[in-house]
Write a protein that binds this ligand. Structure first.
Ligand code: BGC
Length: 427
């Protein structure tokens, strides 16, 4: 795997803290009682906005070839019509710092933290948000494009669509009926297509979309569960991929989505980012969303309760190749990792379960490559523990432990293990 790119990923809202930026939908959402497990918020998070130089040192110590981070849209456009130069300066210095250490920046433009002023103007239910997104993408690319080659338009639009606009578990916390919510999916896809065009116009070399994938298994052989798993598969694994790579919505959903825009949405991309954590079991339920996702039986689970199923990553990668054939661009696994019950004792955080998880999933990547899938890289989620959305600080995904009271970053055993993998190739 000589030319294989090893990386780690983070996102702005989960690490930066809110100093120097406008209000995001997650700031507003976290104020609602009961929506964040530990009643916390991301006001400080990992204080990356002040500690970025320490974080560069941590990345250099890890030895990664690439670092994927996201730009906080509310830091660039804190209010309608405003561009915050200091916000651009922040990412500018980060990019320079990465390049000085030989680390390739992978810049993701949207990881769920919409500016609140845009939500107030209708958010993703409103078509104008997609055009605003393209203009924001152009602003960031104009500033960083001379040094950043690899861009992502969106991270996991499926999760943002469903959790944010249907189940209400994530910001902006809406409970739209599923059929009405599809307009949100369409506008997210349109923003992706317009964003690709804006980035290309600014000279971007490589543009990708980052989706999450999870093979779906029926929770029982009952016909209703089999159908529910089929619907879930279309929603999770195809709604945000078919239009981009095939220029068409899945037949099952097409009647629910607007016509038009598919030529923009299908603007060619150079790479597909694949986030993978687990497989899911699905059962039919009565309700506005006619299905429920549960952990499949018979698998060990992570501290999040997610099944540890590395074979699902091979299945995902091979399945993408089989479904999209020559239309599938090269793939990078842009997120993979697990939550563990981490703690520090005598200054050491030993996390053998995380090492076992990552090791098994790297094996799954190796199998997919052996089966001919063009996988170019792998990013661990995440560099360090951070604000885990509705779980607050209760779930830890990092290679480094974040001691929140002191903001100390304490590399876990998995950090040293991953450094070794990067230096020597797969063990
Ligand atoms: C998201 C991350 C999140 C991780 C673990 C992914 O869905 O992109 O932001 O922290 O999963 O839940």
């Amino acid at each position: 795997m000589d030319d294989f790119v090893w990386g780690v990923a983070t996102s702005a809202a989960q690490i930066e803290g809110n100093a120097g930026r406008g209000v995001s939908i997650w700031d507003t959402f976290a104020q609602r009682p009961g929506v964040i497990a530990d009643s916390s918020n991301a006001e400080v998070a990992c204080d990356h906005v002040h500690r970025w130089a320490d974080d560069l040192a941590l990345l250099a110590d890890l030895g990664v070839g690439a670092y994927r981070f996201s730009v906080a849209w509310p830091r660039i456009e804190p209010s309608a019509g405003a561009v915050n130069t200091a916000g651009l300066d922040f990412y500018d210095q980060l990019v320079d710092g990465l390049l000085a250490r030989g680390i390739t920046p992978v810049v993701n433009l949207f990881h769920w933290d919409l500016p609140q002023w845009l939500q107030d103007a209708g958010g993703w239910s409103d078509r104008s948000t997609a055009h605003r997104y393209a203009s924001y993408a152009a602003t960031v690319a104009a500033r960083l494009g001379d040094r950043v080659g690899t861009w992502a338009t969106l991270n996991e639009p499926f999760e943002h669509f469903v959790l944010g606009h249907v189940t209400g578990e994530h910001a902006p916390g809406l409970n739209l009926p599923l059929d009405q919510a599809f307009i949100v999916a369409h506008h997210l896809l349109l923003s992706h297509g317009l964003g690709v065009q804006a980035l290309r116009a600014a000279g971007a070399e490589r543009v990708m979309l980052i989706n999450s994938y999870a093979p779906a298994r029926p929770a029982s052989p009952a016909e209703a569960d089999v159908n529910a798993a089929g619907l879930y598969d279309v929603l999770q694994n195809r709604l945000f991929t078919d239009p981009v790579l095939l220029g068409a919505y899945p037949d099952e959903l097409a009647p629910l989505l607007p016509e038009g825009d598919l030529d923009v949405i299908a603007t060619p991309i150079d790479e597909l980012g694949v986030n993978y954590y687990s497989i899911n079991a699905v059962r039919a339920v009565d309700g506005p969303v006619p299905l429920e996702v549960v952990a499949p039986e018979g698998y060990p689970t992570t501290a999040f309760g997610w099944a540890v199923a590395p074979e699902g990553l091979t299945e995902t990668l091979v399945g993408l190749r089989d479904r999209y054939g020559s239309r599938l661009p090269p793939v990078t696994v842009t997120e993979n990792g697990c939550a563990c019950e981490d703690s520090v004792s005598d200054g050491v955080c030993d996390d053998p379960d995380r090492i076992a998880y990552l090791d098994a999933h790297l094996g799954a990547v190796r199998t997919a490559r052996a089966e001919g899938v063009d996988v170019r890289g792998y990013h661990v989620w995440s560099l360090y523990d951070n604000f885990e959305w509705a779980q607050g600080y209760t779930k830890r995904f990092g290679l480094a432990y974040l001691d929140y009271p002191t903001q100390r970053r304490i590399p876990k055993t998995s950090f040293a293990w991953y450094r070794e993998v990067i230096a020597c190739g797969l063990p």
